[in-house]
Design a protein around this ligand. Sequence first.
Ligand SMILES: *[C@@H]1O[C@H](CO)[C@@H](O)[C@H](O)[C@H]1NC(C)=O
Length: 271
Amino acid sequence: MKKLCLLMCLWVTSAADRTFWLVESGQHSNNKESQITPTLIGGFPADPHEFPFHISLQTYKNGQWSHRCGGSIISVDKVLTAAHCVHASKANDFLVIAGDHNLQKEDKTEQVVTVKSITIHPQFSLQKSMDFDYAILHLLSPLSLNENVTAVSLPSSEFEPIGDCVTMGWGMISNDATAPLPDALYKVILPIVPRPICKIMFQDYIVQITDQMVCAGDDGRGSCLGDSGGALVCNEVIAGIVSWSTDPCAQAEYPSVYANVAAVRSWIDEQ
Ligand SMILES: *[C@@H]1O[C@H](CO)[C@@H](O)[C@H](O)[C@H]1NC(C)=O
């Protein structure tokens, strides 16, 4: 049985208590045992504030605020994230931590803001297709932008990423669910898998690749649980939002899947 994972994990007090959300499980035709390669999978720690647009979206669990998903600042009072990170929640369930690097330490650069409202893409479909996995968080108070807290550039609506991109996250760095989660932000460089090829790779899978998705990754390199909502940056614009992957993550035959930001550029501009 292969499981589809949304790349959101609900971190509670310790790694051992960590759970994540599997929306669906099913079978696919390729039974080849997956490679389990350590280390975001295949990545390295980012330099502090290397991705100053990246935020930690946190929820209150078991008496403390803890990381649920990533997100990207797109303006002083808006954050772009994945719809599946927020779809069953209310705005005041969340805190946005901008300017962070080490989640467990005070870096003195953090800005903590509350969420006023959440706009989920009206075509988001969780159960059926994972399509349109986009949400915008409207912040209650504006961030103060500085060298460690900036907005990411959006792609034009025609943008199609090619070549190498980078993604970042505080998610699992190993397919071993008992391995410790990183405190510091990780990054990994991933090659784009062109959509026509990606559609073929997933053709027998339980979820299909749509034009609202971008695929990237290769054997041992990809996004994993806890990375959801974060950015896939190509040519210095946010080409994708971390959305879903196979379980285990980062298999050669199944790249990681990102929500295609260019496809909804005009919707983003209207928010
Ligand atoms: C940004 O981060 C660097 C490194 O942590 C720090 O030295 C600098 O003071 C920070 N700048 C601001 C405006 O917070």
